[in-house]
Write a protein that binds this ligand. Structure first.
Ligand code: ADP
Length: 810
């Protein structure tokens, strides 16, 4: 209704103001609103602006007459139905009237009109108008009512739809108060809609999500932005499940928020799967972080609480084959104490048919989604155990075996308590995956430890002084340590991978003599000679058999063996060498003492001379032994001084000549003037005496033994040559070794201790000189000794050499 005014509008149109005035006067008493127009155009303008209940239209008007005006009025949608009463003074003929009706007139009033009739006609039309209006209004009311009904129906449908949805659906006031919750809500939470609307959904929201949820909701309410968050709702079973909450504002025509429409979708499975993935990833990281099995497993248990359970216990099988708790984890330390006390008082029963012991024994996991008091009672050994277990508040329980290398190593037990979680198959799978990864980590740690032990063993083998090698069951060399290579001269790269009989010369024969024990421990090793690289090496060797073959350990006894031989040589030689002079002395003494023989003066003197000479020789041997042992021990004292080699040589030759065999000639060749040498005079004399004595001794056929002295730039060379037996080239180096004799069995009848040349070499070495031999067997030998010159002599000798050089130059 456009007008607030209850009066109806009546448009009066006449080109003559007096007529209009008259009309106004006639219609005034009706009390309606009269609008006048003096032309058709003006009338149309009024009609554009206002709504009229009736038009009184003069027919005869200049320009736009009444009919034309009526036609225009009829053409317009808005004014088409406004009744028109034509007023005319002249057109009383039929044709005229007809035209008027054709133009939409409802009546004709002829001037002059009866005011009462006109008034009553007008009031009829006004009544009619009013009635029409009333009907329109009622129609409108009806329409509104119908609309309301429709909306109610649609809301009902909407509600039914919402109720049949698997998600939780809710609506709320623009300010946030809940107005509706669907059936799923009641079904999930177990709360009636009424109590929920009153107390709000916060009652079932997880305490940890409350603050976050409130903040996000507040923000949406303030900004009108979409609400979107993940949170946990407690279900009627007491367990929380993750939901994805979303809400949009429903807005009115002008953008104002009419209400919030929200949903909460259960995403718990997906969320848990995602959480499980994350948990496993973190667990794997922890598992890989250390090689200490116990530490690692404890860290994993720590990680499991409260992520996947409220309790986590890891048991490891001990030496007694029964699992023992390694880690008991709960968020609350007091509860841990309780559990530990339980374990102390009631250790795991090795015969139990459920729980970790059973899981370890069978290798099968166990899942108890709902732990009832009855179960606890049945599982407890007595009332106290039952009470203790009950106090732990366990709701749901599962246990999975830790299996490494096909052998159960322990078990991981997980339980829910205050979180009210119920473990399902998916949780068991997660626990199994965790156990699988933990087992792998344990395996790795074990492997590492073994590898480390092996590495340590191999480091030991690398550095040990004993040769160690390993033969597999086929007799192929699998390991050959550096000492084995050093002792035998056979490198690992040559021998490893080859059969011992190919790689080690003479192994086939040797192997039969090597003692092999069944278990490591003291074994009497056998000393066995092995021909290695042209030399004989004595090895003390023993083996230990094991699963995959035999390990041999050996030690080089060549040196010890040589020493042993030396000792035996010494005893043999010395006793022989001592026996000869002793026999001579003993024989002479016996002869002198015989009562039946009275020796003449000559014989007496001869016998006494033998006794004196042989005693001398005995003393000489003892002196040599003593000196040799002093030289060995490094206790022999050498006092080098400036001395005259020629004088010493003359003295040695003179004393040798006193008991020279007739067939030997002894001779000295030396320049008159020789530079002084730096040596211990007594020791240099002994060296010369030894060499001269050998020259004479090893010339059994006689010949010339010549001592010659010659000065060089740095040294004086003393050479002692003979024409005797000579020395084979292969022996020329060895004759300087202690007790070494070319002819130990005295096939040539020449005896000795084998100490002389050894003593010579050691004494010459001590004054910084050199000794060597040149010899051709059968044609004699020449021993050379270079003795360093005394300091001043060295200078002089150099000058002399230089001068000689200058002289030679032209
Ligand atoms: P020995 O007491 O046996 O003479 P030496 O140490 O003096 O001990 O000599 C070692 C060996 O060297 C002798 O046994 C001998 O075989 C050999 N020898 C030493 N001097 C001569 C030499 N002038 N002619 C031949 N052989 C020699």
């Amino acid at each position: 209704m456009s007008s607030v005014d209850a009066r109806a509008n009546i448009l009066l149109v006449d080109d003559r103001p007096e007529n209009l005035l008259a009309l106004e006067a006639v219609l005034e008493p009706l009390g309606e609103r009269l609008v006048t127009a003096t032309s058709g155009e003006e009338a149309l303008r009024h009609l554009l602006r206002d709504e009229f209940a009736l038009i009184l239209l003069d027919v005869q008007m200049p320009k736009l007459d009444g009919f034309a005006t009526a036609e225009l009025i009829k053409q317009r949608q808005r004014t088409r139905d406004v009744p028109i009463i034509f007023l005319t003074a002249i057109s009383k003929e039929r044709g005229h009237v007809f035209k008027g009706y054709g133009a939409g007139a409802v009546d004709y009033v002829f001037k002059p009109f009866d005011p009462a009739i006109l008034r009553s006609k007008v009031s009829v039309f006004i009544d009619l108008h009013r009635k029409n209006q009333e009907i329109r209004r009622q129609a409108e009311l009806l329409r509104v009512a119908q609309l309301a009904e429709q909306r109610r129906e649609s809301e009902e449908r909407y509600r039914q739809l919402a109720d049949s949805m698997p998600q939780i659906v809710w609506t709320a006031h623009p300010e946030g108060g809940s107005t509706y919750l669907n059936a799923r809500w009641t079904e999930y939470t177990g709360l009636s809609v009424e109590e929920s609307l009153e107390t709000g959904w916060r009652a079932v929201l997880h305490p940890d999500d409350r603050e976050r949820m409130s903040a996000v909701w507040r923000r949406s309410l303030e900004t009108g932005e979409r609400f979107d968050i993940e949170y946990r709702f407690r279900g009627r079973d007491g367990a929380y499940r993750w939901h994805l909450g979303r809400a949009f504002p429903r807005r009115g025509e002008h953008g104002e928020i009419l209400e919030w429409v929200g949903t909460a979708t259960d995403i718990d499975d997906a969320k848990r799967a995602e959480e499980a993935d994350r948990f496993l990833a973190e667990a794997s990281e922890v598992l890989a972080s250390s090689l200490d099995i116990r530490l690692t497993l404890r860290a994993v248990a720590q990680l499991a609480v409260p992520r996947i359970a409220d309790w986590c216990e890891i048991d490891l099988v001990g030496d007694d084959d029964v699992p023992h708790p390694l880690a008991v984890i709960h968020a609350d330390p007091r509860k841990v104490q309780l559990a530990e006390e339980l374990h102390r008082r009631y250790p795991l029963d090795p015969d139990s048919t459920a729980g970790p012991v059973h899981v370890v024994r069978t290798g099968d996991p166990e899942l108890v989604p709902e732990l009832t008091e009855e179960m606890l009672r049945l599982g407890a050994r007595d009332a106290i155990e039952f009470e203790l277990v009950r106090e732990l508040g366990l709701r749901s329980w599962m246990c999975v075996p830790l299996i490494t290398r096909g052998r159960p190593l322990g078990a991981i037990a997980l339980a829910s308590a205050e979180s009210e979680r119920r473990f399902a198959e998916a949780d068991l799978r997660l626990a199994e995956e965790l156990a699988h990864r933990a087992a792998l980590a344990v395996d790795n740690a074990l492997l590492y430890r073994e590898a480390e032990e092996r590495a340590q063993a191999s480091r030991v083998l690398e550095t040990i002084g004993d040769g160690v090698f390993l033969l597999d069951r086929d007799g192929v060399i699998r390991l050959w340590n550096p000492a084995a290579a050093a002792i035998t001269g056979l490198l690992a790269e040559w021998v490893v991978g080859r059969p011992a009989e190919d790689a080690i010369p003479g192994w086939t024969t040797v192997a039969q003599r090597v003692p092999i024990a069944d278990a490591p421990g003291p074994t009497a090793a056998e000393t066995i000679p092995l021909e290695l690289q042209g030399a004989e090496r004595w090895l003390s060797i023993a083996g230990v058999g094991f699963e995959d073959g035999t390990v041999f350990a050996f030690r080089d006894l060549t040196e010890e063996r040589a020493l042993e031989e030396l000792r035996q040589d010494l005893v043999a030689t010395v006793s022989h060498e001592l026996r000869t002079p002793l026999a001579a002395i003993y024989g002479s003494a016996l002869t002198l003492r015989r009562p039946d023989v009275s020796p003449d003066e000559d014989l007496r003197n001869q016998l006494l001379a033998v006794i004196a000479d042989e005693s001398d020789r005995l003393a000489q041997i003892v002196n040599d032994l003593l000196l040799a042992s002093q030289l060995d021990a490094g206790t022999a004292h050498t006092a080098p001084s400036r001395c005259d080699a020629r004088g010493l040589a003359e003295h040695v030759i003179a004393s040798a000549r006193t008991h020279l065999p007739g067939s030997v000639e002894l001779d000295l060749r030396a320049p008159k003037k020789l530079p002084a040498v730096r040596a211990d005079p007594g020791q240099l004399r002994q060296v010369l005496a030894n060499l001269v004595e050998n020259g004479v001794k090893y010339s059994p056929e006689g010949g010339l033994v010549q001592v010659s002295l010659k000065a060089a730039e740095r040294a004086l060379r003393i050479s002692v040559s003979d024409q005797g037996l000579g020395i084979p080239a292969s022996e020329q180096r060895r004759i300087f070794e202690k007790f070494y004799r070319v002819d130990p069995n005295m096939e040539h009848g020449v005896g000795g201790t084998g100490l002389g040349l050894y003593i010579c070499r050691e004494l010459v070495r001590r004054i910084g000189g050199r000794i060597w031999v040149e010899s051709t067997p059968g044609r004699g030998s020449t021993f050379h000794v270079d003795v360093p010159l005394a300091a001043r002599s060295r200078k002089k000798a150099r000058e002399k050499v230089n001068a000689a050089g200058a002289r030679r130059r032209p």
